[in-house]
Design a protein. Sequence first.
Length: 105
Amino acid sequence: MNGNYLIPANTKKSKLILGFFTPIDLAIFGIGCLTTVIMLFIFQGMTFQMAIIVLMPALISGFLVIPVPNYHNVLQLITNIVVFLMNRKRYYWKGWCIKDGEEKR
């Protein structure tokens, strides 16, 4: 192989439900759909604007769990963006070298 390593592209898909979802993803989508169904029973005669508002929980939860490239869903992408933006931006070297920035005399 000349020092090249071959990693299968779908190594993490086997850990996901149906190859796309984690249990929390299905819970979020299920709660959104259940909320929408309950709201459909509560509000019988609706205008178009009211129907859109009633469908919003299912639409938002569906948007959060829809698969996107390089992340298994939009929720994971948003989580990674927030973690990156909220964490420290300056990284300090602390390695295994003898001289790791501090010199003892």
